[in-house]
Design a protein. Structure first.
Length: 124
């Protein structure tokens, strides 16, 4: 699968999966031994199962998410994709804005991803 197609599938699936808290759909995007780093000082999640556990944990306490992902910027086997989420976190409105950097294999699966994001209270 070409990287542009893989990256768009990644963005579309994450957008829908996050909106519906569908961890299985999201983790299907990752290679079995993929590595994901969320924020620069957290230890990486090293395997598809570890990534699934992290995503499930991330959804805890979150409700009514409205999620958007931008069109991917692609170069070679990698892509950068910005995202924004408006949700309730433990009943309080929160906005999260960030970017995911993803490297894909020839089958279009993510083998290495890294997120940078920031949250603010309220919706903007």
């Amino acid at each position: 699968m070409d990287t542009r197609t893989a990256a768009q599938r990644f963005a579309d699936t994450w957008q829908h999966g996050w909106t519906h808290h569908d961890t299985a759909a999201i983790t299907a995007l990752y290679h079995d031994d993929a590595v994901h780093t969320s924020m620069p000082f957290r230890p990486p999640h090293e395997s598809k199962q570890a990534i699934a556990d992290y995503i499930q944990w991330s959804f805890t306490g979150e409700s009514q998410p409205r999620v958007t992902f931008t069109a991917p910027i692609v170069d070679g086997d990698q892509a950068a994709i910005e995202f924004r989420v408006h949700a309730l976190a433990n009943g309080r409105p929160v906005t999260l804005a960030g970017c995911v950097f993803a490297h894909f294999d020839a089958d279009g699966l993510a083998v290495r991803t890294r997120d940078y994001w920031h949250t603010i209270d309220g919706h903007r």
